[in-house]
Design a binder for this molecule. Structure first.
Ligand SMILES: [Zn+2]
Length: 342
């Protein structure tokens, strides 16, 4: 079976060699996350686990896209950030998703699209999820450098091991904004590999933007991974009436999630639409990307949180509230006038 092993401290060749006697066969080493992926027979697990430098290990699992409704390409209009010349020029943004079809993006004008790993959406059962996510980002932040990290395999299945490999790549390549519109329903242990790996993005001055999940219709407190990560900026969704979308997952009073809300309903050409926290997350990723060519990520994420509109609903439903770009621009303008911005 496939297992993912987190090492205490730094992953070295010496450590990898000492796995050999336990029947573990190495498939991949994620040096930026200090995680190794490999095959092991179940009867050898105890022997492997007795190695004293093992922090934790997990079995591979399936994750899902966080969309409730996908029919067609969204018809997004570029927002007010462009008018203020925040284009996100050369800011590195990664989409960890089902792959992105650059041709399907059909974007006008000049834009940079950079492939990484297996980037196309071929072989993902026609699911254009990653392409929609990329489209939203490119519409709002047209000059960002977009990287597609395809984590869906040829059966369209998304495995935790693939997500960890993608996060490792993002850390190693100093990606500023990592969009993760994927999740796995359920509570995470404090040692969760995916949730904790997002700390490495933060350490490199980047940010992971994660969709909250679409379990809101089932009541409160249905969390998902890695939306519940303390290192993620977790995004819930509002509907077309700027109210909390009924599908957007609600946290528990003690969960500190979501962090913020953004539009999860995107109007498209004709009478079609797409919906889900999957599409709220890239809205936030794109806004961060726009500003990240001028400001540091910490400043931007703080600005997002402090300027959001309170929808007068519980904090564990809305976080700090609905993103408010006009408020953000207002604060930036005021700080410019008084010379206090970073
Ligand atoms: Zn987790």
């Amino acid at each position: 079976m496939l297992i993912l092993v987190k090492i205490k401290g730094k992953l070295t060749d010496k450590i990898i060699n000492s796995f050999k006697d336990t029947g573990f066969s190495l498939i991949s080493r994620l040096t930026n996350l200090d995680i190794i992926i490999g095959e092991i027979e179940e009867q050898n697990l105890a022997r492997m686990n007795s190695l004293d430098f093992i922090h934790t290990y997990e079995l591979d699992e399936v994750y899902e896209i966080q969309a409730v409704n996908i029919t067609m390409m969204p018809n997004l209009k570029p927002g007010s950030l462009l008018k203020h010349e925040f284009f996100g020029a050369n800011v590195k943004v990664a989409v960890i998703d089902t792959g992105v079809n650059a041709y399907n993006l059909k974007l006008e004008g000049n834009h940079v699209f950079t492939d990484a790993l297996d980037a196309s959406d071929a072989g993902t059962n026609g699911r254009l999820h990653g392409t929609y996510v990329a489209h939203i980002i490119k519409k709002i932040a047209p000059w960002c450098k977009l990287y597609s990290l395809k984590v869906a395999n040829s059966q369209g299945e998304i495995l935790k091991s693939a997500i960890l490999q993608a996060i490792d790549w993002c850390v190693g390549n100093d990606i500023s904004v990592v969009n993760i519109s994927l999740g796995k329903r359920g509570d995470c242990k404090p040692t969760c590999l995916v949730c904790n790996s997002l700390s490495r993005i933060k350490e490199r001055k980047g940010i992971a933007v994660v969709a909250m999940g679409n379990f809101g219709r089932e009541g409160e407190g249905i969390l998902s991974c890695p939306a519940s990560s303390q290192y993620a900026l977790t995004v819930g969704a509002v509907n077309q009436y700027r109210q909390l979308a009924d599908y957007s997952s609600k946290g528990r009073p003690d969960s500190n999630k979501p962090d913020i809300l953004a539009p999860g309903w995107i109007q498209m050409t004709g009478d079609k639409e797409i919906e889900g926290t999957s599409f709220a997350a890239p809205f936030i990723s794109a806004v961060i990307a726009c500003l990240a060519s001028n400001y540091c990520i910490d400043y931007i994420s703080n600005l997002l949180i402090t300027t959001a509109t309170d929808l007068k609903i519980p904090v564990h439903h809305q976080g700090s509230g609905l993103i408010n770009i006009e408020n953000m621009l207002g604060v930036i303008r005021d700080e410019k006038n008084t010379g206090t911005n970073s």
